[in-house]
Design a protein around this ligand. Structure first.
Ligand SMILES: [Zn+2]
Length: 344
């Protein structure tokens, strides 16, 4: 059926009258819509009744402030925008929740109210934003899809800031776990890092303890340290990463060392007069693996964890490994010298 645009209710009713015999299912749709329209009207009436002119002005101003300064508030570059008292918030919440849960998913609503090119439904938002990444931007641990299994999270919770429940900049496509009550819930700490407006990878760091095989998540020192700390707390990253040791990457690292042994030490053309710079060779191999991992960012899970693991290895284990490689090489050279001597 072709979508028909109406200017107002009168036009809808006139159209329905003409089409009642031809398209009964359309009339059914309109009746359902009429019920919804009454609900919208009632909600709007509640809003107007709750606010006198002064408060209504405040409401409009606050809404405008949020939409103009959202990113600045998150970054802590803008003074906190006043929020309403609990009662007002309650009313706002019911209105905006209604808008979020019902209207944004309703095709008829968009058919009637959607300004072309400007309005976007919940499922369209999910598809559009979710298309750019396959991995949850909060935790980097879970894959997300465009289906309902992944959620649209309200970055700043709609329970505390109902005005933002239908504000698209506040939507983040995240995994079900991050969006659950147990993890993010209604936590609201400002200022905070935002996965779409900040490079979170550069602001938090995984610290590894090789002895206990435990991981600690830290906010990187610098001007965004407090925002990073709030992000870690909201997403409960410390608890969630504590026990996740990058075992698969540890195996790949062992293979890398093995390859070095084969390429340099077992090389039949080993030149034992040459002095190898093991630190450089070691760093180059690690950098190569890190680059490989970085090409998978957004496509594979735990990329940040794995690249940070190599930073840990470079700082803590390089000396041990380069010494080991050096010792093995000297043994090999001694052996080669011995063979040389015997041949003569
Ligand atoms: Zn997640």
């Amino acid at each position: 059926m072709n979508k028909i645009k109406f200017q107002d209710e009168k036009e809808i009713l006139a159209w329905a009258k003409v089409n009642v015999n031809r398209q009964p299912e359309v009339i059914n749709r309109i009746q359902k819509m009429a019920v919804k329209r009454i609900s919208v009207r009632n909600h709007m009436l509640t809003l107007i009744q709750q606010f006198d002119t002064k408060n209504l002005k405040k409401f409009i101003n606050t809404h405008r402030h949020w939409s103009e300064n959202y990113v600045k508030v998150i970054k802590g570059e803008h003074k906190r925008i006043p929020i309403f008292n609990e009662n007002t918030n309650k009313v706002l919440k019911s209105i905006f929740e209604y808008a979020y849960l019902s209207l944004l998913n309703n095709d008829n609503f968009w058919e009637l109210y959607g300004a072309e090119g400007n309005s976007i439904s919940k499922s369209e938002t999910r598809t559009l934003v979710g298309a750019h990444t396959r991995i949850c931007p909060y935790c980097d641990k879970s894959e997300i899809t465009n289906s309902n299994e992944s959620n649209i999270d309200h970055f700043l919770p709609k329970s505390k800031l109902p005005l933002l429940s239908i504000f698209w900049k506040n939507f983040v496509i995240a995994c079900v776990t991050c969006n659950s009550k147990l993890v993010k819930g209604e936590a609201c700490l400002l200022p905070v890092l935002h996965p779409y407006y900040d490079e979170i990878n550069k602001k938090i760091k995984f610290i590894f303890d090789s002895r206990t095989k435990k991981i600690c998540v830290k906010a990187t020192k610098g001007q965004d340290q407090r925002r990073a700390e709030n992000f870690i707390q909201i997403l409960k990253l410390r608890e969630r990463y504590k026990e996740i040791w990058p075992r698969s990457e540890e195996i790949i690292f062992t293979k890398t060392i093995n390859n070095l042994f084969h390429d340099y030490i077992l090389n039949p053309r080993l030149n034992y007069k040459k002095n190898y710079n093991w630190n450089m060779i070691f760093d180059q191999s690690i950098q190569q693996r890190k680059n490989e991992l970085l090409t998978l960012a957004g496509e594979d899970t735990q990329i940040k964890l794995k690249t940070d693991y190599y930073d840990h290895v470079q700082i803590n284990d390089r000396k041990m490994w380069t010494n080991e490689l050096n010792t093995l090489m000297r043994k090999r050279i001694d052996l080669l010298k011995l063979i040389d001597t015997k041949e003569f």
